[in-house]
Design a protein around this ligand. Structure first.
Ligand code: B16
Ligand code: MG
Length: 228
């Protein structure tokens, strides 16, 4: 049961940091289709299982992983062309997105945090985070965005979340991170933040808290996080 602000006793302010792909929207399926086109052209066998390896990983690193699957070597110039091609194809999928693609339960949590004046920050490896949030109509929920354009170290390096907490003017221990990737959970833990795994608990077993998806998160849980 989700109540409005007046029913709650909010004592503190925290920073709520959300990963994007796999937490707010499932863009992994579009990454897969765009990478698959490159892989097919190179005659590399690239499966859904392989795609799991790319979650939370940067675009450049993703290409390296795919080339590694096929033992393909290439010049930097050629790699750059594939990266551009992949992103153009990916953006075609992104351009067709709308708010129906927001993962179930996410809006309840965002609305609750907004109503209770909690800073909401995005912490994603994607360089396309802003256009994606715009397409699904929730850019205005975010007080700050830290994405692949702002940081140079990929998760599990905690840089993206540390910058996010700073932007929200909160110390690391006051930051709560929602993540679907193992590397992202590790990054939050390394930073001394509270990690919340969204997805398979056995995979995300390093997280402080685990939920299969946002419908399992209650306002009581959020209140506890805010007031502790
Ligand atoms: P882009 P996240 C990550 O998003 C994806 O999980 C990962 O598969 C992708 O390679 C990475 O963004 C970079 O994306 O090509 O759009 O810059 O989970 O960190 O929100
Ligand atoms: Mg993710």
């Amino acid at each position: 049961m989700w109540m409005n602000q007046s029913k709650h006793k909010i004592l503190k302010t925290k920073a709520f940091i959300f990963d994007l792909d796999g937490v707010i929207v499932d863009t992994a399926k579009y990454h897969f289709l765009a990478w698959q086109k490159i892989a097919r052209a190179l005659e590399i066998n690239f499966t859904h299982e392989h795609n799991e390896l790319l979650k939370g990983v940067s675009r450049v690193r993703s290409l390296e992983i795919i080339l590694g699957l096929g033992n393909v070597e290439a010049t930097d110039e050629q790699k750059e062309q594939w990266l551009v091609q992949k992103n153009e194809d990916y953006l075609e999928y992104i351009n067709k997105m709308d708010d129906s693609e927001i993962l179930t339960g996410v809006m309840n949590v965002l609305n609750f945090l907004k109503e209770n004046n909690q800073p909401i920050v995005l912490g994603s490896a994607s360089k396309n985070a802003r256009p994606i949030l715009e397409k699904v109509n929730i850019l205005h929920y975010f007080d700050d965005i830290v994405d692949g354009n702002d940081v140079s170290n990929a998760k599990p390096d905690p840089e993206v979340f540390i910058v996010g907490a700073k932007k929200a003017n909160q110390p690391n221990e006051n930051a709560i991170v929602f993540e679907d990737s193992v590397a992202g959970i590790q990054a939050a833990n390394i930073a001394g933040m509270i990690s919340v795994g969204i997805g398979e608990p056995s995979v995300l077993n390093e997280a402080k808290y685990n939920f299969n998806n946002f419908t399992e998160i209650t306002e009581e849980f959020l209140m506890e996080l805010i007031n502790q």
